[in-house]
Design a protein around this ligand. Sequence first.
Ligand SMILES: O=C(O)CCC(=O)c1ccccc1C(=O)O
Ligand SMILES: [Mg+2]
Length: 357
Amino acid sequence: MPGTRQGGRRRSYAPDVPPSPLRPHLSDLLAAAHVVTLPMRLRFRGVTEREAVLIQGPRGWAEWAPFPEYDDRDAARWLAAAVELGWGEVPPPVRAEVGVNATVPALAAARVESVLARYDLAADPARRTAKVKVAEKGQVLADDVARVTEVRRVLGPLARIRVDANGAWSVDEAVEALTALAPLHLEYAEQPCTAVEELAELRVRLARAGVDVPVAADESIRRAEDPLRVAREHAADLVVVKVAPLGGVARALEIVDACGLPAVVSSALDTSVGLAAGVRLAAALPQLDHDCGLGTAALLAADVVPDPLLPLAGTLTTDRADAARQAVDPGRLTAYRSSAEREAWWRQRLTRAHALL
Ligand SMILES: O=C(O)CCC(=O)c1ccccc1C(=O)O
Ligand SMILES: [Mg+2]
């Protein structure tokens, strides 16, 4: 029944920009900000460079890197997350280690093996997880089937494979695609369609067709005015949460609690500083039954720390995350400093986002 509380766990939650008790002065933020452009190894989300602002707060380094096309309100939420990290306190961990998936961009199947080789996966084949991007513009379903088939071949029958369509399928296309991919045994399909109603309808249609692929919500949580709608409308089996888009670790924990659904922590293509915050969220979740999408340092050709926060044997630890956040290298901030034009753009954006905090 829509609106019914699941297990009585769902709590009220006020969407929008979190009212942060912490609001550093704009001049302090601007003085502590370094704008960098990092080259990527592979094209991902249609880009080959990742821009980020690294901010040194009194409590350590923070990252602010809302995607360029996001509006100021989104950017303010990302800023609240950076302020939590640099000026506030992150909720304490309940586990020291987090399992991490490999992330495979929407490349030709022939390139899958070399992408997976970049990841130090768990030695135990049953503990390996990969997320595969699907439904890329300009490609067809056969490309997705070939790519996922190749991931299955490389990782073996015991590995967990999830796909992420970033909302690109209609409900009909999602039913067709997931019916075709289901024999490859999917752990779940992330954001197969854009709208919450579509996700809800898809779950019904898959169940009716006997296609056993759980649905995860990503954009429907992180870009939504009301991140709890997904749970209320039974539109997903689990939720994907990201620290920066949700306004920080504490805020993300509240949303997961209020949703009452299993959660997976993922990155927003962060530098090692943002990934470290993701590890702290994953480590603080009361319940964590899935590997997390925090291995994306492997997609960057350069990072802001000398020793990027890459999973070892498929895991990241809070110790390594906390160390990485302290290891920001001034030489790298200089070497990858953005053009004067991009820097001015980011500083103006920071000024506008700060006004919305
Ligand atoms: O979850 C992962 O494996 C990696 C992170 C990822 O896919 C991602 C990274 C940047 C922006 C969007 C997304 C996404 O999950 O859609
Ligand atoms: Mg996603």
